[in-house]
Design a protein around this ligand. Structure first.
Ligand code: SF4
Length: 260
């Protein structure tokens, strides 16, 4: 089942709501090629997938949807109300908020940011000429349109594996992976739990001719302890394959907290 999508004007963005306002915050890039870089995060709401271990389920796991999440068994866990969890903002207002931060390294994350390409094009057009380095985190199921692509400095493409429990027909779009493989601005990140996951990565890398030095493997983890154990478990198999062993700096420093 796909997520319901309501109408949205072209110069608007649906941003995750946090502490009464948009989830825009300064931190360090936690993953991939620019891990450790000071940056500003913009977290958009909505996703077209529903990974069972997703740590930003407040962007898509809406009341009334049938999606399963591994937190379902936790006492008190409830699906989210999209009205409470989102804030609609004109792109110009998002740009104004971003300019209040001293950093000029922007990481656009979600949810799935490429569901909102018109709003993002308006946002990045408004920031043009201000020397922003712009990274986009994406799940690799949607190709960016050229009008948006020209503003993007770096894509972190994270195709979902079987461990996400999302059906293959939704999470795997070969044409989209090919488009990102051909885009020199794209790196690939995979969330892995086991050697079987790495074998799935190997098949994708070979099938789409992705250079191994563009691949980061990150352990599935929501706590520093899980992260540390996952890295220790995956280190040797990742090294044998010539991939990067990716960190998740925000998890190591802050665990599952928001706005960090
Ligand atoms: S694609 Fe990303 S944001 Fe969407 S459900 Fe999966 S992990 Fe969460």
């Amino acid at each position: 089942m796909r997520q319901p999508v309501d109408r949205q004007s072209d110069d608007q963005l649906v941003v995750a709501r946090w502490q009464g306002g948009p989830e825009i915050f300064a931190s360090f890039q936690g993953e991939g090629r620019h891990a450790g870089q000071p940056c500003v995060f913009l977290r958009l709401s909505r996703c077209n997938l529903y990974c069972v271990w997703c740590d930003t389920d407040y962007t898509w796991n809406w009341v009334g949807t049938p999606f399963v999440h591994r937190r379902d068994q936790e006492p008190g866990y409830r699906k989210y109300d999209p009205v409470e969890e989102t804030v609609r903002m004109p792109a110009a207002a998002v740009a104004e908020t971003l300019r209040r931060f001293p950093q000029r390294h922007l990481v656009i994350t979600g949810g799935e940011p490429l569901l909102q390409q018109a709003g993002l094009t308006a946002l990045l057009g408004a920031l043009a000429g201000e020397s922003w380095f712009v990274e986009v985190e994406t799940n690799g199921t949607i190709v960016p349109v050229p009008q948006l692509d020209r503003w993007i400095s770096q894509y972190n493409v994270s195709p979902k594996l079987e461990n996400s429990q999302v059906p293959l027909r939704l999470r795997y779009r070969p044409d989209v992976i090919d488009a990102f493989a051909a885009n020199p601005k794209a790196d690939f990140k995979f969330v892995a739990e086991s050697e079987a996951d790495l074998e799935e990565v190997d098949r994708l890398v070979e099938q789409h001719r992705i250079a191994r030095d563009r691949v980061w493997i990150m352990p599935q983890a929501m706590t520093p302890k899980e992260l540390s154990a996952g890295k220790a478990k995956l280190a040797q198999p990742v090294a044998r394959r010539g991939y990067h062993l990716g960190d998740r700096l925000h998890v190591a420093l802050f665990g599952a907290k928001r706005g960090v």
